[in-house]
Write a protein that binds this ligand. Sequence first.
Ligand code: SAH
Ligand code: SF4
Length: 437
Amino acid sequence: MNERDSEIIAQTLADNGYFPASTMAGADLVILNTCSVRAKAEQKVMSLLGALRKAKRERPEMRICVAGCVAQQEGRRIIERMPHVDLVLGTQQIYRLPELLAQAVAGGARSVTDLVDDYAIPRFLPAATGTGATAPLEESCRFRKFVTIMQGCNNYCTYCVVPYTRGREVSRRVDDIVDEISLLVAGGVKEITLLGQNVNSYGRTNPVHSRADYGFADLLRAVAAIPGLARLRFTTSNPKDLDEALIRCFAEIDTLCPQFHLPVQAGSDRILARMHRRYTVADYLEKVDKLRQHCPAIALTTDIIVGFPGEREEDFAATLSLLERVRFHGSFSFKYSDRPGTRACLLDGKIAEEVKAERLARFQARQDQISLERNRQYVDQELAVLLEEVTIDGGRGRTGTNHLVHFSTPLPHRPGDIILARITQAGQHSLQGRSAD
Ligand code: SAH
Ligand code: SF4
């Protein structure tokens, strides 16, 4: 989500005559687009801001802006502690950065972090191609793009800061989403990932379409109908809201990739209840089974929090047995950290750092083995790969299941081509292949 927000910021700046600097030290404007979902991400921002204090002393004309969730959370406190920061930009203000920066420099407000309930995500179209406008950021891949379909979250999982930093859930209008994607596809983009904190509740909180019951599965079908779009993905989805209509899409939409990131967080019902996730392990497993029935090739990934307040050894053992039962293709796992203002901060039974670290290491070691075992099953298979990079002696790309494939022999193809690759080797985090075309 931050990656997409950074692109939006970059585009608004490019439209106002800015262009990317080659180094941070030489930049006229430095923007830190921040994340506060876990304590570690926030600490990184604070130490980088400390380093920038020195840079600004040497070059007082340098402007510094803090955007994203840390900006939203800390607001004026950043300006008070860090007088070298020119602007603190809230999460609902990113489209207005150039204007707000000019005002701040002229003596206006230096912290603009209003968070309103009736926020509407602006209509925002990609820079037109062929007009001479340059790509504002060094892009990770020109053929794969994220598109925001909603912002904020109403779920209030007890550990999570997102509802406080991103505000109430709002969905973007269908027409705006379809127009943005149509333009991206016309400009050569092959793969789109639809983004929201809980895409399953798309359309539930504000009108997005003339049909009142228009939901996420309808949006997927509308996007899939855009001519030229080869691949479609989405993230993220709260298991409690995953319904049949969405599961059916995996059997019915050819371009919907066989991949699902379905964060479970924990394998113990007691912990899930304390997290306010509103599903049980049995509910989760039922949905996993249904997904696999509709789409046997589907690769499932998840998020796990270890060391949530009150997590006993038997709760953690339940998380390990869930891992054995589902055998996720991969997972992102984190040590629980207190986030300001969340309900979990107030829970008793906080777990010692060493215990969290030890549980995390145990979980990750087992996940790595399972990922390797699963990846080995792809060896000798032929899979479609969207090439992201082609060099003189190889390249890399991704499968529909979102596995990275490295090629170490020359490819008679160009980046952006979707080729058939024979998988020759498997590692924990990626595959090796050669062109089978
Ligand atoms: N909307 C997504 C999650 C977004 S946050 C969902 O509901 O699945 C991304 C991940 O960060 C979460 O899935 C969770 O695993 C992790 N996370 C969030 N808050 C955390 C905290 N306080 N401590 C540790 N991990 C956290
Ligand atoms: Fe956070 Fe829960 Fe919302 Fe995900 S669903 S963003 S974890 S509150």
